[in-house]
Design a protein around this ligand. Structure first.
Ligand code: AOF
Ligand code: ZN
Length: 362
């Protein structure tokens, strides 16, 4: 199952709207087992992992065991259900990590396999699978994607110093890690403040992974994003979605569209900003399951205030700002980190920088 989970992680960020599932077929007597097939959900979500693993195994699947990180599907989607392929292959046993929350499946996959005489062991490494499939789970149960925050801060806790001055906080190793996390997201989201202050590209620039840039989402209630920004200049090559409110000027909408960005109008909240929950629902409806928010302190704090943060990674650099600036962690996020709603699960040393990841407690 550990191998199946590792395989499944490979296509995180590429399989949406589907979860990225890993599957391993193991044949042979106890003590003489061998791996005869493996698969991961293909980019775009089809084929599913199980038929790929079974095709690799061929006749060796007869009497063998399938380890799979999500309950096999039982519905007729773009291809026949995985349960049918499993029964036809002659597998003796299926070990799965977690039930599929998709209402079309929701336990029926396991039931169908048992009814066909296949031994089913469920909930093996369930917590690990839940972490990997959290985007899929939240999209199915809460109609929103998983939200992972990334925030960089100086040793004394600031995200930025003087206005308009871009601050280099992290080194190349941490930057590489951030690019890898981006590749595993379906969309990267920032607020217009960060877009204007940093003029970021929000692409994946790791060797060999440059084709894995996710959808770029900019929350911009007044449409202040300009055609001169790096985001808009690349909008024809990297999908770019600007989410705004009805208060935005129509000519700005037309301009951004001309440059290849897509503009989506949403309800505003009481303060006139894009309603975060409504924006996330709209993204989930488009199939987005995993969002990485690099949006800066204001957006991070607003997401925390709306209880929409599932994962938070704080990267602390070695140098202090040594003056006054914009604190990286706002009051609502500080509360969530302090009262145990988000708890530390991992610490990584990335050269001189340290990344601590917090997750929502169950
Ligand atoms: C599996 N194996 O590898 C994946 C599964 O639109 P469809 O027909 O591709 O079905 C999508 C649903 O299938 C998705 O919502 C989830 O419930 C399940 N994903 N199932 O057996 C896989 N990716
Ligand atoms: Zn399937």
């Amino acid at each position: 199952m550990h191998l199946a989970l590792a395989l499944g992680r490979r296509n995180l960020g590429r399989s949406w709207p589907n979860p990225s599932v890993g599957a391993v077929v193991v044949a042979g007597e106890p003590g003489r087992e061998r791996i005869v097939g493996q698969g991961v959900t293909a980019p775009g979500g089809r084929p599913h992992a199980e038929p790929l693993a079974l095709a690799m195994a061929g006749d060796a699947a007869r009497g063998a065991t399938l380890y799979v990180t999500l309950e096999p599907c039982s519905h007729h989607g773009r291809t026949p259900p995985c349960t049918e392929a499993i029964v036809a292959s002659g597998l003796a046993r299926v070990v799965s990590a977690i039930e599929d929350p998709d209402p079309r499946v929701a336990g029926r996959g396991h039931d169908l396999l048992r009814a066909a005489g296949i031994a089913v062991t469920a909930e093996v490494l369930r917590a690990e699978a839940r972490r990997d499939h959290l985007g899929h789970i939240l999209r199915a149960t809460e109609r929103r994607p998983m939200v992972a925050l990334k925030l960089a801060r100086t040793r004394d806790g600031f995200a930025a110093g003087a206005p308009k001055q871009r601050l280099r906080i992290t080194g190349p190793i941490a930057d590489g890690a951030v690019h890898l996390w981006r590749a595993h997201a379906d969309a990267i989201m920032v607020g217009i403040g960060t877009a204007r202050a940093d003029d970021p590209s929000l692409t994946v620039r790791l060797p060999g992974l440059s084709d894995r840039s996710p959808l770029r989402v900019i929350l911009d209630s007044q449409l202040r994003l300009t055609p001169a920004s790096a985001l808009v200049r690349a909008a024809r090559d990297v999908p770019t979605l600007v989410i705004t409110t009805r208060a935005a000027p129509t000519h700005a909408k037309r301009t951004l569209t001309t440059f290849g960005a897509e503009v989506l109008c949403m309800a505003a909240d009481a303060a006139g900003r894009v309603d975060l929950r409504a924006a996330l629902t709209a993204l989930a409806e488009r199939g987005i399951t995993r969002i990485c928010s690099e949006g800066g302190p204001y957006l991070a704090n607003a997401l925390a205030a709306a209880d929409l943060v599932d994962v938070c990674t704080l990267i602390t650099g070695p140098e202090p700002l040594g003056g006054d600036g914009l604190p990286a962690v706002g009051p609502a996020l500080a509360r969530a980190l302090g009262d145990g709603r988000l708890r530390a699960v991992e610490t990584l040393d990335l050269g001189p920088d340290r990344a601590v990841t917090y997750e929502r407690s169950l």
